[in-house]
Design a protein around this ligand. Structure first.
Ligand code: ATP
Length: 307
């Protein structure tokens, strides 16, 4: 990794939220992680990071859930900038302004998306000649979802979720995301799933992802809807029982399918088309089963420089 000429005053990068179309959670491994089969799908609900010249690191956050996001080293944007600076042996000098649209602790990997965006933004700001493979390696060190945020589209992750291979999704999928007025920690959701499984209170794990992959490749919306599955959902519903009403409301307002996104508490609803999505979002809000509802579509591109 070296420096190349042509400095920039500031760099704007957008990175997408994800919804898990299939989240299969295997048993707890000896290293404390679960073996996952994770079909990620990026949607055009995006955070924006603006990197500009600075002296040391400074992070600001505005937008959706900003008050709940740390602005120090705990922020993945800060960690991404430090990691890149250490690796490239350059000073970690940047002001990083995050504008959030992705719900915080919402199961849509907003922090990971911001980390991926910050890698890209700082690489450009500092004129580093860093290739896609090197960025992917750095992203994998930030968190298991940052790698996907760089690639976007629809992709299969295995292991802890970090190995990502693109898969075909020919249809444009229309979504509504019901955003809750609280977060759920991913760690708490996995721990609750372990507890439910140990007590024999969890449904059987998700089966093979193959039928869903075939449906995505064929653009077959009813089969895609039938194949959406999330092993974490019973755990998240156990921690946040009111979400059952959110899922019921989505079904009543015409969703083809509804499920908890990742560890939740955001609920994702697949819709027949954009018009159906607009009606569904209005219905969820009118029923008072979420703080706000956002319409989005996928697949969306991965983190990219927009200015
Ligand atoms: P995942 O689905 O990957 O488990 P999530 O979408 O549920 O994640 P995030 O919004 O990514 O949750 O963030 C979880 C926690 O990480 C937040 O509560 C916050 O304290 C911390 N965090 C660190 N950096 C960020 C960031 N840039 N944006 C949001 N949260 C961040």
């Amino acid at each position: 990794m070296g420096r190349v000429p042509a400095a920039r005053p500031s760099v704007r990068v957008r990175a997408p939220a994800k919804v898990n179309l299939h989240l299969g959670v295997g048993p707890l491994r000896p290293d404390g992680y679960h073996e996952l089969v994770n079909l990620f799908h990026a949607v055009d609900l995006v955070d924006e990071i603006i990197a500009s010249p600075g002296d040391g690191l400074r992070v600001t956050v505005s937008g959706e859930g900003a008050a709940d996001v740390p602005v120090d080293r705990r922020n993945l944007v800060w960690r991404a900038a430090e990691l890149l600076a250490d690796t490239a042996d350059v000073p970690a000098d940047a002001r990083l302004d995050i504008h959030k649209a992705i719900p915080v602790a919402g199961g849509m990997a907003g922090g990971s998306a911001d980390g991926a965006a910050a890698l890209l933004a700082c690489a450009r700001l500092w004129n580093l000649d860093v290739g896609a493979a090197e960025l992917a390696q750095l992203a994998a060190r930030l968190g298991s979802d940052s790698n996907f945020a760089l690639v976007g589209g629809t992709a299969l992750g295995t292991g802890r979720g970090e190995v990502v291979a693109a898969v075909a999704c020919v249809a444009r999928l229309q979504w509504v995301f019901a955003i809750a007025d609280h977060g759920v920690s991913a760690g708490a959701a996995y721990a609750e799933l372990d507890r439910l499984r140990a007590a024999g209170m969890a449904p059987p794990p998700a089966g093979s992802v193959d039928a869903l992959l075939a449906a995505l490749a064929a653009g077959d919306l009813p089969r895609i809807a039938a194949g959406l599955v999330n092993d974490l959902q019973p755990a998240t519903l156990s921690l946040a029982p009111a979400l059952a009403d959110t899922l019921k409301s989505g079904a009543a307002h015409g969703a083809l399918a509804g499920l908890v996104s990742g560890s939740g508490p955001t609920c994702a609803f697949l819709c027949a088309d954009a018009g159906a999505a607009t009606l569904l979002a209005a219905g969820l809000e009118a029923d008072g089963v979420c703080r706000t509802a956002r319409v989005a579509s996928g697949p969306a591109p991965g983190a990219r420089v927009v200015g």
